[in-house]
Write a new protein. Structure first.
Lengths: 214, 214
DNA sequence: GGTTACCGAGCGGAACTCGATCATGGGCGA
DNA sequence: TCGCCCATGATCGAGTTCCGCTCGGTAACC
């Protein structure tokens, strides 16, 4: 498996977590709580998710939920953060394998990584809304950015060689287009409508071809 | 003003509304409640919106809120439905004026219509999340579809002459790309980042040029 | 034994109900 | 044509239920 310890993707500095797990059982708990939340969100949507449900499904008490998360919304945000971290890790591994990867084909790998996440990761769809709550509680910004936001800066970071404003913008646009088309593919079809998936690859490739610094 | 009676965009068949307004004062109430909700959402986000706030700002009692809406979430969904209805109406009017409109330029008008909505309609941003709750409670599907979904079928309807599966798909893809890029433009910049707005037009035009039946 | 983790009764506040009360307007008799 | 009547629409708000969250006490770890 690609994912080893994604709990580290939720640093204590971020206000997403109240207490950093220290003992082993604790980080198992955290994982269990997030898994429970993911399942619930898949079934009834995050708006209807209650902290009591999370506790029960994870075999914990309400108090334990609040030992880890400052409030109900933070549970969803932490789940989103974990999912995005897993996506980026997957992407990093994929780029590592394809050793001759340029930033051009990296966007294609990013699409593949997303598709895998939609198919294998419960609650991944929820990520699309994670921007929802970004609004109010500022201060720790980083862990709370949207999927396409983080994916963009990840890609930009990897290929920082010839970084120009135009290039960054192009990646931003391409990322936005691909994430939305992939999301569209999974909106109605739980397996992912292949027409949209194929088209997202075509569209991104065509778009990048028109970019000067490509 | 373009909008005459958008309450008709919330048919009683949809479970978004509990009771259809009959008397005049009633639909004024409904409008007032939705306006109140829109203002609140703009100010503090829909997660923090309480039914009591909506009631107070609209000068109504809590009971009245629940006379119209089955629950808190439905208020937001109804607002989204109204906003989408207004968008489509705006779009229809714009296409009507530009009498030689082909489906090509209609997509461009659709972008303009969206931009106007973001700029003038309180709470329009909230629409982006309205898909959130679509998930579970099925049965009345129609009024609960996402922005790009409804925009797509609206455009498809208007230009039904040469309707083919490929053409519909192309419109679907183009709509998805443009709605997401426009949303991106307004994500951080309340005035709408012009780079994204310009690029969305360019991207859509370029995409359509590659479609056979264009 | 000190720190970490867990529990769950209980509190406050927000979501939602329900029966009583007021407003409206179409019908009908004068 | 007018004006009263009352069925129905619309409003209200105290009260109930449910949910988010706290906190003091107990168990597990190292």
């Amino acid at each position: 498996m690609l994912v080893t310890d994604v709990n580290e993707a939720l640093p204590g500095g971020s206000s997403l977590l109240r207490n950093e797990p220290v003992q082993a059982r604790s980080s198992a708990r955290l994982t269990g709580l997030l898994d429970a939340a993911a399942g619930i969100i898949d079934e009834i949507g995050f708006e209807r998710l209650t902290t009591a449900m999370v506790a029960e499904r994870a075999g914990a008490s309400i108090g334990t939920v609040y030992r880890y998360f400052p409030d109900r919304i933070a549970v969803v945000e932490a789940l989103a953060a974990r999912s995005i971290a897993r996506l980026l890790e997957r992407l990093g591994a994929a780029i590592g394998e394809a050793d001759s990867a340029d930033w051009h084909s990296a966007l294609d790998l990013a699409i593949t990584a997303q598709v895998e996440m939609y198919r294998s990761e419960p609650g991944f769809r929820a990520i699309r809304f994670s921007e929802t709550e970004t609004a109010d509680r500022s201060g720790d910004a980083d862990a709370r950015r949207s999927l396409s936001d983080q994916l963009t800066s990840h890609l930009v970071d990897i290929f920082s060689l010839e970084r120009t404003a135009d290039l960054e913008f192009a990646i931003e646009v391409a990322t936005e287009m691909s994430t939305s088309l992939v999301a569209r593919a999974f909106l109605h079809d739980p397996q992912g409508d292949s027409r949209f998936l194929d088209e997202s690859r075509v569209v991104v490739a065509a778009y990048l071809k028109r970019i000067p610094s490509a």
